[in-house]
Design a protein. Structure first.
Length: 603
């Protein structure tokens, strides 16, 4: 595309132009041909990690694709994928594409009603699932759906055996018949509001996204190399996890998967990745755990000093570099604090990618100062994940970076962020009206996010629909205060309220792990759950201190006047989407009584 001419627009020229024949499977075919013995994947086998070469993976993909063809899967057919993060998920995804079909990811935490809707709306003919329970959910997804169900854990061998009768030349012919303009996947939005909608993402969208990410300055040289090891534990149904894994395959990095979040620390220490992909909550928990450990050991002052040093060191990197005394202090705290923090990530992580929600400047500086540079980016399902990214040599912590090659960002009416680029989707499945509404008259995609551009760096301040307008007419973006509150080790989630109300209030949930520690330290028993302890004066005083600290960063009209600790935490699939975003509409409806209590007269 030509560079747009607009005062509030930034365009980064494309470094890769998609061929009409481009296909998302090209990379595995090329890797098998040019580096067949490269250890492209690591999979869990009998509790340990076993590597899989490029050639072995390509052979498995082709055998499974042949099985799909033998089972009657035709070009363009849609096949659902429902599992946690595992090697077989990526294997099935590539096999579906190789057979000329279209993959339909389903979050493993989806309710039976959501699964039924996605299967019926997408027109899926079959499904790959993990585990007996998910197989039952898919099989029971309405009387109208009678598709084939294949188990990822144990059933793939039989499908591959079925495909032995299909000549490999036919499989390759089927693969090559699919060009850039053909659908590759229907990805359903995680549904922060309303029913999920299917986003039609083409092979061209995926290839343009992956190859322009790889072509961005410093990525191939520093972040995604043939020595990089990436551990994917985010849900592969999320477009961010999928695209980063595809970019790793393109660049020859090694990709490993784990869905065992309960033992994530163990998985990190045994696999020892060099690159991590996570949502901000993972980094928040990491810092909060380090803080809690320091407090428990009587080292609260030392941790505060270490945190201040990390932030100062990172900020100095953007101002010509830290001075001698700051470098010395950082070296001291590296031995005392930061090495332990990195050890929790396996000990080798130098780079991390973050998306899905704002990271926050303070947390970003802390992580970089502690030795893990988090490259924060921004994008949506509709943009095939990333539109902007902070690059190794062009970072502005607190922003979400500049547009990736081939992408243009414009600030439209009301501060809405508008996007153009080869990664922008083709529209919503079965919803022409919503598709038309998603683009303005000049073809720019309306993201629904509000932000600002400064020298090409985008700062996202919130969602248009989340903006709170108080009764006195004050516009309040909730995200900045919520981010600061979640930085406190006791607080797990918070939701600001106050639309058409006299002041801002907050619903707060507490981190159960840290609350248990607090209870021991303060000799409190709470066998009946959080509800039993939430009105404890000392606990409320600790939360009030966190609220007061957050309030110092905003005006009085934007500050939190009252808060309410909820009786339980938020659950994925209910109050939270699978990518840990809060479903605000659901929360405000479900906890309407708690919100009313925030505005009731004291007494």
């Amino acid at each position: 595309m030509e560079e747009p001419s607009h005062a509030d627009t930034w365009y980064t020229p494309a470094k890769y132009v998609t061929s009409p024949r481009a296909n998302a499977t090209d990379d595995i075919v090329d890797n098998a041909l040019h580096r067949p013995d490269h250890e492209a994947f690591a999979r869990k086998v009998d509790g340990g990690w076993r590597t899989v070469t490029s050639r072995e993976f390509a052979d498995e993909v082709q055998a499974l694709a042949a099985g799909l063809m033998a089972a009657g899967i035709a070009p363009g057919d849609r096949i659902a994928l429902m599992s946690g993060s595992r090697y077989e998920w990526m294997l099935c995804d590539f096999a579906i594409w190789t057979a000329g079909a279209v993959s339909v990811p389903v979050y493993e935490t989806s309710s039976p009603a959501q699964v039924e809707w996605i299967l019926r709306d997408s027109g899926a003919r079959a499904a790959f699932v993990e585990g007996e329970e998910r197989a039952r959910v898919v099989t029971a997804a309405g009387a109208d759906w009678v598709g084939e169900v294949w188990r990822m854990d144990g059933g793939l061998g039989r499908l591959a055996e079925l495909g032995r009768s299909v000549p490999r030349e036919l499989v390759e012919r089927r693969r090559r018949a699919v060009g850039a303009d053909r659908p590759a996947t229907v990805v359903y939005t995680s549904g922060t509001t309303g029913r999920p909608r299917g986003c039609l993402i083409s092979h061209g969208n995926l290839v343009a996204e992956v190859r322009n990410v790889a072509a961005a300055d410093g990525i191939t040289e520093n972040v995604l190399t043939d020595r990089t090891t990436l551990l994917v534990f985010l849900p592969p149904a999320h477009v961010l996890a999928r695209v980063v894994a595809l970019a790793a395959v393109h660049n020859g990095a090694q990709v490993a998967h784990t869905g065992d979040l309960e033992h994530l620390t163990t998985e990190l220490r045994t696999y020892r990745p060099t690159l991590l992909l996570a949502v901000p909550r993972i980094f928040e928990k990491l810092r909060n755990t380090a803080q809690r450990t320091a407090v428990a050991g009587g080292h609260a002052r030392m941790f505060r000093a270490a945190e201040a040093t990390a932030v100062a060191y990172s900020e100095a990197l953007d101002r010509g570099g830290p001075g001698l005394w700051l470098r010395v202090r950082r070296r001291v705290f590296d031995r005392l604090v930061f090495r332990k923090l990195r050890a929790a990530l396996g000990g080798r992580v130098a780079w991390a990618c973050s998306g899905g929600a704002p990271l926050g400047a303070g947390l970003g500086h802390f992580m970089r100062g502690a030795g893990v540079t988090v490259l924060e980016g921004w994008g949506l399902t509709e943009t095939t994940s990333g539109v902007t990214l902070n690059l190794p040599a062009a970072q502005r912590v607190g922003s979400v970076g500049r547009p990736l090659p081939g992408c243009a960002v414009r600030i439209g009416p009301g501060g809405e962020v508008l996007v153009k680029g080869p990664n922008v989707f083709g529209g919503y499945l079965h919803d022409e009206e919503a598709t038309a509404e998603a683009f303005d008259d000049d073809g720019w995609f309306r993201t629904g996010d509000v932000g600002e551009l400064d020298d090409g760096y985008l700062t996202v301040t919130g969602r248009k629909k989340d903006l709170i307008v108080t009764a006195v007419g004050k516009n309040v973006a909730p995200a900045p205060l919520e981010d600061r509150l979640r930085a406190h080790w006791l607080i797990d989630q918070c939701v600001l309220v106050g639309d058409r109300r006299p002041y801002i209030g907050a619903l707060i949930t507490l981190d159960p792990e840290f609350l248990t520690w607090w209870g021991r330290e303060h000799d409190r028993s709470w066998a009946g759950g959080v509800a039993e302890l939430r009105d404890d004066p000392e606990l409320r005083s600790a939360v009030q201190a966190a609220v007061d600290e957050a309030n110092r960063t905003v005006s009085a009209a934007e500050s939190i006047r009252r808060f309410r600790i909820l009786g339980r935490g938020f659950a994925v699939g209910e109050e939270l989407t699978p990518s840990q975003k809060v479903r605000r509409g659901y929360v405000t409806t479900k906890f309407a009584a708690d919100i009313e209590a925030l505005y009731a007269p004291p007494g």
